[in-house]
Ligand binder design. Sequence first.
Ligand code: ACO
Ligand code: LMR
Length: 264
Amino acid sequence: GKVRAPTHIISTISDDRGEEPCYGGVPMSSIVEQGFGVGDVISLLWFKRSLPRYCTKFIEICIMLCADHGPCVSGAHNTIVTARAGKDLVSSLVSGLLTIGPRFGGAIDDAARYFKDAYDRGLTPYEFVESMKKKGIRVPGIGHRIKRGDNRDKRVELLQLFARTNFPSVKYMEYAVQVETYTLSKANNLVLNVDGAIGSLFLDLLAGSGMFTKQEIDEIVGIGYLNGLFVLARSIGLIGHTFDQKRLKQPLYRHPWEDVLYTK
Ligand code: ACO
Ligand code: LMR
């Protein structure tokens, strides 16, 4: 019989050996003919299954709402400075992407982890928030530099509206809202932010869709798939900022002395 040499790579999400590439076993032509969108492609390549339309629509809304947030935020600022230093598209893009992390855009996975753990263990919002405080950990998904209790983040409201209308259950999101009610009673900037909204709602999507086992949900949350949504989304805006600076022929950026406190 044939002897099969051991392979150096195992891949389970796509295949380009046939007449046309397949994503998760679905040929490219079906993807086009069936009118699949980016949410369907993400479902196939990240979650390795076709998700119901309300789930893929939710993924697409996350991507649209997180695509950009103006030139002043960490990621766009880095990208703009890099583009103005004469660097190429990829350098300008990754310079911005590298700011995504626990404080900026990359709190989605941790928000999902902590909200899930607290909800599943039956902690009240008070017990959850105070236990985080004791550990010296800021609650991921809570807090914003400019959003306030009386100036909520529109993106959060839009995601919540979509989920309340389309998801079978929003129990994790409702828990996150209760946490927000408690944190807002402590300080007006401790709103549920867009990372916290996506993190908690994705838990509802995973648990409520009936498409994932408990072990699969734990694996998705454990590996940390969800920051990928922000990385993917914000790449759209960061690429836009790079083109914008090049189009405007902006010179090398140098930060003004007046804006620095020189001290010993
Ligand atoms: N949980 C508990 N307390 C908090 C939190 C939080 N998430 N955020 C702020 N506080 C409290 C703390 O007491 C903080 O004091 P400390 O510095 O001694 O810890 C106090 O509020 C003052 O906070 P600021 O430093 O003024 O908050 P800032 O505006 O700098 O921070 C930030 C905003 C970074 C988003 C912060 O709220 C945070 O770390 N949140 C958790 C991470 C997160 O969700 N990031 C995603 C934001 S959304 C996005 O980037 C798209
Ligand atoms: C963003 O989406 O970039 C913002 O929420 C972060 C910010 O600082 O406004």
